[in-house]
Design a protein around this ligand. Structure first.
Ligand SMILES: *Cc1c(COP(=O)(O)O)cnc(C)c1O
Length: 406
């Protein structure tokens, strides 16, 4: 590369990703093939429209590429219709609103501090500003969704759209139960499976197909593709969804991303991806058990999926200083609110971690007690502002990861 500064930064980021234990629940490592497809000449091409109906010439190879991605998405998830053009998860969700609701309509989703996503109607998001959001929570006692509360709220408020899924939910989403409530309330159920798409594709989490009328997902989290998104639905909503994505919300699709998505969907259809998805969950369960043994509090007491939410209240320290200490110790995480958090969103009580990326590196249950021990030592070091102890952990992390190349 001729741009030395950018080349240098890419090199440094490559090393950083190699030498740190990446435990941000929404991140992963894509394959070399996905990287290559994403960095291909498809980035040069404009293709407003859909295969066979474009507004620009020269689509001889773009059309079969997008059709391939669509066919693979339909086959992998078992749906009638797939739109692979949304630029990312948030724009995909905006397209859902545009397809199914009018400004001012009532919409319902899980509150952000309870584990929902900004785009499920949180006030600072356009979705909270332009619609009338009502939000459900989790129970204070056990961190689980209270379906009686969800049902009461839905029947009272009669939302047009009911979102299920979120960004900090460590437990299985009960799609049939949500579908029942949506049906009773006259709402369209939208399953946002951004975090768990790879687990669903690999058979490690139940599928929302047959329960949710529309499914929204990113492609870059457990699904292990490029940064992008897809909308999946049955025939009934196909036209509205397509029209909402283009021309409703977007211009030309990012064809290089479509190429990467096609590759990732091909990989996710391999038997080895099923093993991957199940290993992600096995690792998270092993890590949760080891963290409990180290005296950590886990929201809902553990995990069913790839994600663990730690409540650090009992450790006498906030999530932010712990996340910063762990970063110095070579362990990448993010601070997060916990349900009913008494601290501020910029300095909350929780820490969110996940196992998708470290599972891609090849780590198994055998290494999880070590990871939990490092996390415990890092919390102690953070409480004592002991940077030397954090640097020592970073050295041990690097040493372990040498055996698991990217
Ligand atoms: C990550 C995520 C999104 C948004 O994805 P972006 O690509 O960051 O815009 C939407 N919904 C859920 C549940 C997510 O976890």
């Amino acid at each position: 590369m001729h741009d030395q500064r950018v080349a240098e930064l890419i090199g440094l980021e490559t090393e950083r990703q190699r030498d740190t234990l990446r435990m941000i629940a929404s991140e992963n490592y894509v394959s070399r093939d996905v990287l290559e497809a994403t960095g291909s000449v498809f980035t040069n091409k404009y293709s407003e429209g859909y295969p066979g109906k474009r507004y620009y010439e020269g689509q001889r190879f773009v059309d079969p590429l997008e059709e391939l991605a669509i066919e693979r998405a339909k086959a992998l998830f078992g749906v009638d219709h797939a739109n692979v053009q949304p630029y990312s998860g948030s724009p995909a969700n905006l397209a859902v609103y545009l397809a199914l609701a009018k400004p001012g309509d009532t919409v319902m989703g899980m509150a952000l501090p309870m584990g929902g996503h900004l785009t499920h109607g949180w006030p600072v998001s356009a979705t909270g500003a332009w619609f009338r959001p009502v939000q459900y929570s989790v129970r204070r006692e056990d961190g689980r969704i209270d379906f009686d509360e969800v049902r009461d709220l839905a029947l009272r408020e009669r939302p047009k759209i009911l979102f299920c899924g979120g960004t900090a939910i460590p437990r299985t989403i009960d799609f049939p139960r949500f579908a029942e409530i949506a049906h009773e309330a006259g709402a369209v159920l939208v399953a946002d499976i951004a975090h768990i798409a790879g687990l669903i594709a690999g058979g490690a989490h139940p599928s929302p197909v047959g329960h949710a009328e529309v499914i929204s997902t990113t492609t870059h989290k457990t699904l292990r593709g490029p940064r992008g998104a897809m909308l999946l639905c049955d025939e009934r909503h196909a036209k509205a969804v397509d029209k909402a994505v283009f021309p409703g919300l977007q211009g030309g699709p990012h064809n290089h991303t479509t190429a990467g998505i096609a590759v990732a969907l091909g990989e996710a259809a391999q038997p080895s991806f099923r093993d991957y998805a199940h290993q992600v969950v096995a690792n998270a369960k092993a890590l949760a058990a080891a963290l409990l043994e180290q005296g950590f509090d886990l929201v809902s007491g553990g995990t069913d999926n790839h994600l663990i939410l730690l409540d650090l209240t009992g450790k006498g320290i906030g999530g932010k200083p712990v996340a910063k200490a762990l970063d110095r110790a070579g362990i990448e995480t993010n601070y997060n609110t916990v349900p009913y958090d008494t601290r501020k969103p910029f300095d909350p009580s929780g820490l969110r971690i996940g196992t998708p990326a470290l599972t891609t590196r090849g780590l198994t249950e055998a290494q999880m007690p070590q990871v939990a021990a490092w996390m415990s030592r890092a919390v102690d070091a953070a409480l004592k502002s002991d940077d030397a102890a954090l640097d020592a952990i970073a050295g041990e992390v690097r040493e372990l990861l040498r055996a698991y190349p990217v």
